[in-house]
Design a protein around this ligand. Structure first.
Ligand SMILES: Nc1nc2c(c(=O)[nH]1)N[C@H]1C(S)=C(S)[C@@H](COP(=O)(O)O)O[C@H]1N2
Ligand SMILES: [Mo]
Length: 300
């Protein structure tokens, strides 16, 4: 399969071969260490300095499991992730409920290291494994007239204790404009550090949109709908004045209650200097053209 993109690497850094993972090895839980090629890929990509596996899997937002950063790691262990299916409906050629294994059999799994930034001004760098969302949309066949993609998380209060409580109207939902969803940077992630996705990070499959604030990257997806109208999204429903549909990382547009110009790098230590936040989280070159002519203060 074609190698298409690697974040932040110069031509000299790029492997001649695609950095793909053996899908079966990932699914069976064989770690990256067992696959020599991944080790090599990681060494080359070290410019982005990934956070430790420990940081990435212990400091999470996943409100289905509680409101604190350590709740997901504590409470997500009981989530059943096998079997898992995804319903794809709306404006698609082949609507249906697909077993995740059936989907994975059609996809090329790659390792990609992305900056990941939360709206509350913290950031991490995560080596994800996954495939392009565009590949999944092409698998379903996007019909003419589709303009947006809507996503929903599993609703299973028996295994997601946070769903017994109020606050959020479950299921968690998110959405992208179709051209954003088709962008090669938008990833459906099925693991990290060459291992299957930990439950607290959104097992077995979640979205990663690295140029947007973290809340757009919806976890544990069970439904994808192609639609002609802008879908409702969880944080916009809760606080429309604070969280917009677009949610592109933008140091020039502050959240009403805090500055978004700087970010604390998780794992950098309590007294580490905050880093200046980059437009589109550093992916300006790749994605700015999606928003040509749009006022980013209006469409926040
Ligand atoms: N279903 C669901 N997806 C979700 C969330 C959530 O509460 N529920 N939290 C979001 C927020 S606010 C962030 S910052 C990221 C955190 O992802 P991570 O835990 O892998 O770092 O997940 C996003 N996806
Ligand atoms: Mo977040």
């Amino acid at each position: 399969m074609a190698y298409r993109w690697t974040p932040d690497l110069t031509r000299d850094d790029i492997t001649p071969e695609p950095l793909w993972l053996n899908r079966r090895a990932v699914m069976m839980g064989a770690g990256a260490a067992g696959l020599g090629l991944i080790g090599a890929g990681r060494a080359r990509a070290e410019a982005l300095e990934p956070n430790s596996y420990e940081d990435i899997t212990s400091y999470n937002n996943f409100y289905e499991f509680g409101w604190n950063k350590d709740d997901p790691a504590k409470h997500a262990g009981g989530l059943t992730i096998e079997p898992w299916s995804i319903e794809i409906d709306g404006l698609v050629e082949r609507p249906g409920t697909y077993d995740l294994n059936e989907i994975l059999a059609e996809m090329t799994i790659e390792e990609r290291i992305y900056r990941f930034r939360c709206v509350e001004a913290w950031s991490m760098v995560v080596p994800w494994n996954g495939f392009e969302l565009a590949d999944l949309l092409n698998f379903a066949g996007v019909r003419e007239g589709a303009k947006y993609v809507a996503f929903e998380t599993l609703h299973r209060p028996a295994e997601m204790p946070g769903q017994k409580g109020g606050g959020i109207e479950w299921p968690y939902r998110e959405g992208l404009r179709l051209d954003e969803a088709m962008h090669p940077l938008a990833l459906m992630a099925t693991g990290l550090y060459g291992k299957p996705m930990p439950r607290q990070n959104g097992a077995p499959i979640r979205l990663v949109v690295p140029w947007k604030y973290g809340f757009k990257s919806i976890k544990s997806i069970v439904k994808i709908t192609l639609t002609d109208t802008q879908p409702q999204t969880t944080w916009n429903m809760l606080q429309p004045g604070e969280y917009g549909f677009y949610a592109n990382v933008n140091p020039e547009v502050d959240h009403p209650r805090w500055s978004q110009a700087r970010e604390r790098v998780i794992g950098g230590g309590l007294f580490a200097a905050k880093k200046r936040t980059l437009m589109f989280n550093g992916y300006e070159k790749e994605v700015a053209s999606l928003y040509d002519g749009m006022d980013l203060e209006t469409f926040y």
